[in-house]
Design a protein around this ligand. Structure first.
Ligand SMILES: Nc1ncnc2c1ncn2[C@@H]1O[C@H](COP(=O)(O)OP(=O)(O)OP(=O)(O)O)[C@@H](O)[C@H]1O
Ligand SMILES: [Mg+2]
Length: 357
C-alpha cells in the first residue's frame, strides 16, 4: 500500500546539510498497522512528511496505493492538482491535534471537505457521520478549548478521515496524552483499521504503542531503517533489537556452572506448559530469572529467561527438547550484563519506559 525506495532527504539551511533520511526502503502492506520507532532525530517525522509529499524527498520514490507520488508536480502548499488529489486520500493525524480554535468541532472536521469543494449539505452529513464514528456525536457544536486532549485527538482523527482515505499517517498521535487516553485512542485506530480497511502508518517512540496495535514495525537510527518486519517475525529473529526492546528480559546467572537461556514464545507454544514438562522429563530444577509476556495482534507472545544447572555441554539434550517444542532458544553468554548496558545506551527512552512499569 505504501512503498518507499531509496528515500533520501537532505535538509540544507545556511550552508549546512542534515541527512534526515538515508536510503529508506519501507513496505507497508494493505490493511496493516505499521509502526516506525526510533529515537529523537532518527528521521521519523521526515519519513512521514515525505510519504505524503509535505516534504519533497531529495531522491528516491514514494508509492501510495499504486500511485508514484514523487512523479507528481509541486510541493508543500504549492502542490499541483494531481498531488493535492492524491494527498486528500491520505489522512494525517498530528501530536498536537492542529485544530482551529475559532471553529467548532464540526467545522474543523468539515475543513478538508471545504477545500475539496463539497457542498454544505454533504459536508455537514459527512462530518456528523465521522464524529459519530469517533464517539463524539454530542460534541459537534463545542469548541476545541472545551474538549479534553483525547477528545481533541478524536476530532483530529475524524478530520483526517474526511476525504475517505485509504491510508492514515500518524505522527506521535498519543504522545501528548495520558496512558489511559492513549489506550482509548489506540483502540480507536485499531477499530478504524479493521472497520474501514484503513492502512495505518504510525510513528512513535513508545514500545507499548507498537506492542498494542502494530502488525509490523521498523526501527530507525540515523535516517536508516535498521530492522523491519512483522512483530512475530522480529521476535523469531536472533539478536533482533526491536524484539528485545519489545520484550526485555534481564537476570544474571546465580553462579558459575549454570546455563542461561532466553526462550521466545509465540502462538501455540505460548500456551504449552513447556517449563514444567522440561523439569519433569529431565528431572532438573529450573529457575525463572525474568519474563515479559504480552498479547501482540491477538496472539500471546513473549520471552522468558531461565537458568538450568550445569554448563551448556551438560544441557544439550534439554535445549534440544525445548527447540522441538517449536520454541526459539538463545543461550545467554556470561558477558551478557555488559551487552545489556550497551543496549540501554542505544535506546534509553524505550528501555527505561519498560523498566518503569
Ligand atoms: N526543516 C528542517 N530543516 C533542517 N533540518 C531538519 C528539518 N526537519 C528535521 N531536520 C533534522 O533532520 C533530522 C531528523 O529529524 P526528524 O524530525 O525527522 O526526527 P524525528 O525522528 O521525528 O525526531 P523526534 O522523535 O524528536 O520527533 C534531525 O537531525 C533534525 O534536526
Ligand atoms: Mg518527529
Amino acid at each position: 500500500m505504501i512503498t518507499t525506495s531509496g528515500l533520501t532527504k537532505v535538509y540544507r539551511s545556511r550552508g549546512r546539510e542534515v541527512t534526515a533520511l538515508d536510503g529508506v526502503d519501507l513496505h507497508v502492506r494493505e490493511g496493516e498497522v505499521y509502526g516506525v520507532i526510533g529515537q529523537s532525530g532518527a528521521g521519523k517525522s521526515s519519513l512521514i512528511r515525505c510519504v505524503n509529499l509535505l516534504e519533497r524527498p531529495t531522491s528516491g520514490t514514494v508509492t501510495v496505493a499504486g500511485q508514484d507520488l514523487t512523479a507528481l508536480a509541486g510541493r508543500g502548499p504549492r502542490a499541483g492538482r494531481e498531488l493535492r488529489q492524491a494527498r486528500s486520500r491520505i489522512g494525517m493525524v498530528f501530536q498536537h491535534f492542529n485544530l482551529l480554535s475559532s471553529r467548532t468541532v464540526q467545522d474543523n472536521v468539515e475543513l478538508p471537505l471545504e477545500i475539496l469543494g463539497r457542498s454544505g449539505k454533504e459536508r455537514s452529513r459527512k462530518a456528523l457521520e465521522l464524529l459519530d464514528l469517533v464517539g463524539l456525536a454530542d460534541k459537534a457544536k463545542a469548541y476545541p478549548a472545551q474538549l479534553s486532549g483525547g477528545q481533541k485527538q478524536r476530532v483530529g482523527i475524524a478530520r483526517a478521515l474526511a476525504g475517505d482515505p485509504k491510508v492514515l499517517l500518524s505522527d506521535e498521535a498519543t504522545s501528548a496524552l495520558d496512558p489511559e487516553t492513549t489506550r482509548s485512542i489506540l483502540t480507536l485506530l485499531r477499530d478504524l483499521n479493521r472497520q474501514l480497511g484503513l492502512t495505518v502508518l504510525l510513528i512513535t517512540h513508545e514500545m507499548d504503542v507498537v506492542k498494542s496495535i502494530c502488525d509490523s514495525a521498523a526501527l530507525m537510527e540515523h535516517g536508516r531503517v535498521v530492522e523491519s518486519g512483522t512483530v512475530t517475525d522480529l521476535l523469531a529473529t536472533p539478536g533482533s533489537e526491536l524484539a528485545s526492546a519489545l520484550f526485555p528480559v534481564a537476570g544474571d546467572a546465580s553462579g558459575d556452572n549454570r546455563t542461561v537461556l532466553d526462550i521466545t514464545f509465540q502462538g501455540e507454544s505460548a500456551t504449552q506448559p513447556v517449563i514444567s514438562q522440561l523439569a519433569r522429563t529431565y528431572n532438573i530444577d529450573i529457575s525463572i530469572l525474568g519474563a515479559a509476556i504480552d498479547t501482540v495482534g491477538g496472539l500471546q507472545v513473549g520471552r522468558m529467561r531461565i537458568e538450568l544447572p550445569g554448563r551448556y555441554e551438560d544441557n544439550v539434550v534439554p535445549i534440544g527438547f525445548l527447540r522441538e517444542q517449536g520454541l526459539h532458544i538463545e543461550t545467554v553468554e556470561q558477558t551478557e550484563p555488559a551487552q545489556q548496558t550497551q543496549q540501554v545506551d542505544r535506546a534509553p527512552s524505550v528501555l527505561v519506559k519498560e523498566e518503569a512499569k
